[in-house]
Design a binder for this molecule. Structure first.
Ligand SMILES: [Zn+2]
Ligand SMILES: [Zn+2]
Length: 349
């Protein structure tokens, strides 16, 4: 039974959280690039080519693939593929609304060229791609996403770290706190889904449709991989994953090699400090960018579902040694990220 905290302790914690909440991170050499407008992000998100979930065929410009009518989520190249897949899809069809949300958030995230660029840097550094930029098979990497309260004090309250939330932010229509997408981490992934040729085919169709900044004749210089985005616990029903092919240009490799540090400004006290560029600081940069986007220009805010709240709550729980850590991967990653990102530093882990 946890000890009841005093009001004074609650007050002190909230004070610390307010300070942490005002951190601003900027890349030191970041050009004042024009942020994409929300409209541009939406437009680019639409250009993403889709893959038949059964035969892995790639959508072309003239054939538009159809989604399962029930869940609007499973994508098929043909009625034939859909029929053949139904025996395995029917089990998951009901869970697919969550998948639909993941799909929407991921397409919006990867249409944001600034955030995608920093995610690519994180992947290069995490997987050590600078040392072996052209693996024989595409790299596969898991990027778990989580939807958590946009307000750090709401986050602390969900975990039970804070009983009261003074001066709450305005809430969304249904009274639930507004959530925002955050990246929990980057993990090398060992199961292979797409071959190098399949990823390159996807790359070519992205180049042809104008959804990629990479040009045809430079495709041979490109590092090819697959990102598996996930939301929720992977082993539980209700968790969901989405595979996205990823191209990393030689130019992006150069930027990773230069590894210019990130600069942090704590707005609360005006202090600056710098942090070397590594996979963690890149992820923190992205998460903080989303955190400070109060106007939702990035379109990465979302309602929090019961499952999202449960995940945050579980990040405060202690698990026995015999508990299956794979089933807890997503909430364990929330905890791990809390130990690395400044905004969580006042909270007990
Ligand atoms: Zn198919
Ligand atoms: Zn379905």
């Amino acid at each position: 039974m946890p000890r009841r905290r005093s009001q004074q302790e609650d007050y002190n914690l909230e004070h610390e959280l307010l300070k942490a909440d005002t951190l601003i991170i900027a890349h030191s050499s970041e050009r004042p690039v024009d942020e994409q407008s929300s409209k541009d992000i939406k437009k680019t998100a639409k250009l993403t080519r889709r893959i038949c979930i059964r035969c892995k065929a790639i959508e072309t410009g003239d054939v538009s693939y159809k989604a399962c009518a029930k869940c609007q989520s499973a994508i098929y190249c043909s009625r034939e593929c859909q029929k053949l897949d139904w025996s395995s899809h029917k089990e998951h069809c009901a869970d697919s609304r969550r998948h639909k949300r993941l799909e929407k958030q991921v397409s919006i995230l990867i249409a944001n060229t600034n955030l995608l660029g920093v995610l690519k840097l994180a992947i290069i550094l995490q997987l050590g791609l600078l040392d072996s930029p052209f693996p024989a098979e595409p790299f596969h990497v898991l990027v778990p996403l989580v939807v958590e309260p946009e307000c750090i004090r709401e986050f602390a309250k969900l975990r039970g770290d804070l009983r009261t939330v003074r001066a709450p932010r305005p809430k969304a229509g249904n009274g639930k706190p507004r959530g925002m997408m955050q990246i929990s981490g980057i993990l090398p992934w060992h199961s292979r889904s797409l071959s190098r040729d399949q990823v390159l085919d996807l790359a070519r169709s992205a180049v042809e449709s104008g959804a990629s900044d990479i040009t045809m004749d430079r495709l041979q210089d490109v590092t090819v991989g697959v990102v598996i985005f996930s939301i929720g616990e992977l082993d539980n029903r209700g968790g969901s994953t989405l595979e996205v092919p990823l191209l990393i240009s030689a130019n992006m490799m150069r930027i990773a090699k230069m590894a210019e540090p990130f600069q942090y400004l704590i707005a609360a006290n005006g202090e600056f400090w710098t942090m070397p560029m590594n996979a963690h600081s890149c992820i923190e940069f992205i998460n903080n960018r989303i955190r400070i986007d109060h106007e939702n220009k990035f379109l990465l805010r979302a309602e929090m579902t019961e499952a999202d709240e449960q995940l945050v709550r579980e990040s405060a729980e202690e698990f026995g040694e015999d508990s299956d850590s794979n089933r807890r991967l997503a909430s364990e990653l929330v905890k791990l990220r809390m130990s690395k990102e400044y905004v969580y530093s006042p909270l007990p882990i």
